[in-house]
Design a protein around this ligand. Structure first.
Ligand SMILES: *[C@@H]1O[C@H](CO)[C@@H](O)[C@H](O)[C@H]1NC(C)=O
Ligand SMILES: *[C@@H]1O[C@H](CO)[C@@H](O)[C@H](O)[C@H]1NC(C)=O
Ligand SMILES: *[C@@H]1O[C@H](CO)[C@@H](O)[C@H](O)[C@H]1NC(C)=O
Ligand SMILES: *[C@@H]1O[C@H](CO)[C@@H](O)[C@H](O)[C@H]1NC(C)=O
Length: 229
């Protein structure tokens, strides 16, 4: 009786009534003895594969140690930043350095777009990789990139923002946020990953070239940006 009950229980039928301690004990012994059943073998294979898979992933991460690239502003030049008649005239050249800190992975930079903001308003969108679209950066290497922002943009700054602009103008230093949108792939040996789309945020206080603050700024670069993979 106990045997039949536990056989059912050992398969996929739940107990209709809670087993007594005695039944449970006998069911336990019975499970051990019926380990040859297909279901039990199947279950063990699944568990073993899951554990193997987890171990492979852990080993992969330990060996490869994948990391995002590092990104810096190395030079910033602002030669025009005028706001009149709700229009911003700007001329800003930013030089960046992208560094691949990985020991095993190369990085393909396929596409990089930079958006510049002042007081929360976007005033420019430019392509950062223009000289050679898509390039590969080998492990432990650094490469320069640059963004040239020149033009004019209609901007509706409110009174607070305009007074902020006037304060910045007196100082000769403007707080500019640049967001960069990347499309990259990782390379491990001969295999290449699918696309990743990291975002990078750089907050920079850039002096107008004619202001004395240039001296101070040049001492604080390189300015590290925040990379979100
Ligand atoms: C701003 O607009 C006014 C009126 O339209 C015009 O007279 C003035 O020249 C403009 N200023 C600039 C710097 O464009
Ligand atoms: C900065 O970027 C500009 C524009 O691409 C480039 O002409 C210039 O050589 C770069 N400067 C440095 C120091 O990399
Ligand atoms: C700032 O840049 C502008 C435009 O390139 C130039 O005319 C001006 O002479 C520069 N001023 C200084 C102090 O370098
Ligand atoms: C820059 O500094 C010099 C000397 O320290 C000073 O004469 C000049 O007025 C300053 N210029 C600005 C724009 O603050």
């Amino acid at each position: 009786m106990a045997d039949r009950y536990s056989q059912l229980n050992g398969a996929f039928y739940g107990p209709a009534i809670p087993p007594t301690t005695e039944q449970r004990r006998s069911s336990y012994h019975n499970d051990r003895s019926c380990c040859g059943s297909l279901f039990s073998i199947f279950w063990k294979i699944v568990v073993a594969l899951a554990i193997l898979f987890a171990i492979i992933i852990v080993i992969f991460y330990l060996i490869v140690q994948p990391r995002a690239f590092k990104f810096y502003v190395t030079k910033a030049q602002l030669t025009q930043f005028d706001y009149t008649n709700n229009t911003l005239h700007y001329n800003m050249v930013l030089n960046f350095t992208a560094r691949n800190p990985n020991k095993k992975l190369g990085i393909y930079y396929d596409d990089v777009e930079a958006r510049a903001f002042y007081e929360g308003s976007r005033f420019a969108i430019v392509d950062v990789i223009t000289f050679k679209n898509s390039f590969r950066q080998d492990k432990k290497r650094s490469d320069p990139m640059s963004g040239v922002f020149i033009g004019q943009q209609f901007l509706m700054l409110n009174n607070d923002q305009v007074s902020e602009f006037n304060k910045d103008t007196i100082l000769g230093v403007y707080d500019i946020r640049v967001k960069l949108y990347f499309r990259i792939r990782f390379k491990l040996g001969d295999s290449i990953s699918s696309n990743y789309k990291p975002k990078v945020k750089c907050d920079i206080s850039i002096p107008l070239n004619s202001s004395n603050a240039t001296v101070i700024f040049n001492r604080i670069v390189p300015n590290k940006c925040r990379v979100e993979l």
